[in-house]
Design a protein around this ligand. Sequence first.
Ligand code: UDP
Ligand code: MG
Length: 321
Amino acid sequence: MALLSIVLPAYNEEQNIANTAAVLSQILSENGIDYELVFISDGSVDGTFSEILKAAQSNSRIKGAEFSRNFGKEAGIFAGLELAAGDAVVVMDCDLQHPPQAIPQMWKLWQNGAEVVEGVKSSRGRESLGYKLSAGLFYRVMSKLMRMDINASSDFKLLDRKVVNVLLELPERNTFFRALSFWAGFRTETVDYEVQERRYGKSKWSFWSLMKYAVTNVTSFSTLPLQMVTGVGLLFILFSLVLAVQTLVKFAMGTAVEGFTTVILLLLIIGGLLMVSLGIIGHYLARIYEEVKGRPKYIIRRVTENVQGEVIGSWRARERR
Ligand code: UDP
Ligand code: MG
């Protein structure tokens, strides 16, 4: 019988673990799906991991690991994919904002041959205006830059074992899970879902963390900003040719001294553009720097008893298979 793994990254979610485990167990066993739950505590500073241990003791289908510090949700997802043993893996938030009722649908599509099942948001749930605007901008820019429509996509998806293995083989440190399943291709189906309200705890995203996330992901997924620097440079060269001709003509006619405003404006504009261009290049340098260091995506400190293999420390980061 095929096994379904559910990967749940959790950062300071002590109030959610027991409830989420119970809800998922019930839905999955009602639907006759053979399952396991993989909780990853992303360096939580509350009782998240002890809740995971408790859950694992009462249900042997539950396993988990804890990071040595907060490595971010992407790292949590990848650790979960690594621990998962299933023939198919669902990744979802552990605050139940991704409705577990959609999982049996995803499972059916998988049984019928889908290799990726994307959860597509039909509504974004209730969010603050600031969050909506910044998230809206984020997805619009990302979709343009990556030439894929990721606006409605989310981290809620089912992946076939083949796809999981492809993602685990990727050598890069900076990953963007949401877009990687598009990038990988495979036979993709979608399931619509409504984002639910968070019952316990609060969202971990702020405006600035979202902006940082956006810049990191744009620069690790697209080189378009670099090409834009070249584009703007070319435009300015054209402009400067026109201006040069005008200046020379004026000089020849003996009326060259006026036009100080133009000089100041040009200096400011070019100075600004140069700084921004340097900044853009700097972001790519930073990405390269991080990748070249080749540090592991995460460090695991503890695991539940039912996790097999050598998993403490920077686990199988480089010498995988
Ligand atoms: N999360 C994580 N590490 C982090 C931040 C968040 O593992 O550094 C987890 C969090 O516990 C939750 C999921 O990622 O299961 C989504 O986070 P959150 O609910 O805060 O985001 P939102 O739903 O508001 O987008
Ligand atoms: Mg949430």
